[in-house]
Design a binder for this molecule. Structure first.
Ligand code: GAL
Length: 444
């Protein structure tokens, strides 16, 4: 009866047919419902609430926080709302990341309360916890009722773990500064067995990066080192929550991620992905194009489609062919199919780089062997200038060396330029290097 089918990273709509606007979301389970709270940036709304019994069919409940909730919220930016219930006070308590709506300089959290899970929340205050900057955040209620607020501090360099007061409406103390200087954000915490797992992303705005996780026997630590999870782009998502489904047959954990669209926030979508635990202290994330979730038994079945397409990311820009056939670095866009590429292997181990939308191939302009020559698209030709050696340069990154010119692709001008060919540099490799390419698989 209760098997729900979820299609990841597609436009999710509620039972009235309206697009679900609940980004950076958090969940609360009550009376057989999953309540979903998330950011809604339309029409003076801030936080919207939906509910579902099966995690697939979502009914809109209320815009629980809006510009009208309080003058300090009028025109503000409210991100990553999370709600927990306080058994002592009988109130639902929401924490979120508050900014002035112009920039991210305020770095504050805000607290709101309600007597009803999906009621209109009352604003209490916004502040910097114990004076610390506070941006991406999450809230966690432990089994003994102690609650914690975790947020990115010191210009996102650190992740601070605060214990809350008994009413959950203030900070009691700073318990831990996690991974100082390692710049982690988008925290999502869950407890499984004797261990807590904390998942985070790196700090690259709306552009997806490598998710990592750590484990600990206690929220107050010590925590393990950070370990990679998922693909180098976390399947093109950023964490926001980990759902626990306590079924009659299994307890299942689902990763909830936002697939932010950096070119159009309103085109952002969501994913629910299965987490698995090969051991008590290790966690794995798997891509799923769609899921069947049985919340009664806890069973989840997964279906995967392979796109066989890639995005080519250099120095956080995604390669796209401009009108004139020139290849340039551009902001990631999920609606721009011109950012999709196919890689065709040659018989002797090189690749041809095919622009999926036009069917044309990457090559140096006019068959040039000169450094600085542009990389453009050409009609398919049986020619070495359309063949590229794939030079591995460290985890998940490659450099692409043209077999005719011997030169490698480079994103000219760092992040904003066109793609040209230049001599292979021996400098730093990886995400911020303008010659290193992440062949980011397209997960759909
Ligand atoms: C992300 C963060 C989001 C939002 C965004 C703004 O890094 O996780 O919640 O703040 O930056 O650029």
């Amino acid at each position: 009866m209760s098997v729900g089918r979820v299609y990841n990273a597609t436009k999710w709509v509620d039972t009235a047919g309206n697009v679900i606007r609940a980004h950076g979301g958090g969940f609360l389970q009550q009376d057989g419902y999953f309540y979903w709270f998330g950011e809604n940036r339309t029409g003076g709304k801030l936080v919207s609430c939906y509910r579902s019994r099966d995690l697939a069919t979502w009914e809109f409940c209320n815009d629980v926080v809006t510009f009208d909730t309080h003058p300090e919220l009028n025109g503000c930016n409210a991100e990553r709302p999370k709600v927990i219930f306080n058994d002592r006070t009988g109130k639902y308590v929401m924490w979120l990341h508050w900014e002035n709506g112009i920039d991210y300089s305020q770095a504050r959290c805000a607290v709101l309360v309600s007597d009803k899970v999906d009621g209109d929340y009352t604003y209490i205050k916004s502040f910097r916890p114990l004076g610390h900057m506070s941006r991406d955040c999450t809230l966690f209620k432990d089994e003994d009722g102690t609650a914690y607020f975790i947020s990115a501090a010191r210009e996102n360099a650190d992740l601070n773990v605060y214990r809350l007061t008994e009413d959950y409406q203030d900070i009691a103390c700073l318990e831990q500064v996690l991974w100082p200087g390692q710049k982690r954000e988008a925290p999502a915490l869950v407890k499984r067995g004797d261990y807590y797992f904390l998942m985070t992303s790196g700090c690259t705005g709306w552009t997806p990066n490598q998710g990592k996780y750590a484990y600990s026997r206690s929220i107050t630590g010590p925590w393990s080192a950070l370990m990679d999870i998922g693909s180098p782009t976390t399947f093109d998502t950023q964490p926001t929550y980990i759902l626990t489904i306590s079924g009659s047959e299994e307890t299942t954990y689902l990763y909830v991620g936002d697939r932010w669209d950096p070119s159009d926030y309103h085109n952002s979508t969501y994913v629910f992905l299965p987490l698995s635990f090969p051991s008590e202290t290790s966690m794995q994330l798997q891509w799923a194009s769609s899921l069947s979730i049985d919340v009664e038994t806890g069973r989840v079945a997964v279906e995967q489609n392979r796109s066989e397409l890639f995005r080519l990311r250099m120095n956080w820009r995604y390669l796209v062919a401009a009108e004139d056939g020139q290849i340039v670095g551009s902001r990631l866009s999920y609606s721009d199919q011109r950012q999709l590429w196919a890689l065709e292997e040659t018989a002797d181990g090189a690749v041809r780089i095919k622009h999926w939308a036009s069917g044309k191939y990457a090559e140096p302009e006019n068959g040039s062997r000169e450094p600085g020559a542009k990389i453009v698209l050409g009609d398919k030709a049986d020619h070495r200038r359309q063949e590229w050696n794939v030079l591995k340069v460290g985890r998940d990154y490659v450099k692409l060396q043209n077999r005719f010119s011997g030169l490698v692709m480079e994103l000219d001008g760092g992040r904003h330029g066109a793609v040209v060919q230049s001599a292979l540099d021996s400098g730093a490799h990886g995400a911020w290097n303008s010659q290193s390419v992440l062949l980011a698989e397209v997960y759909q």
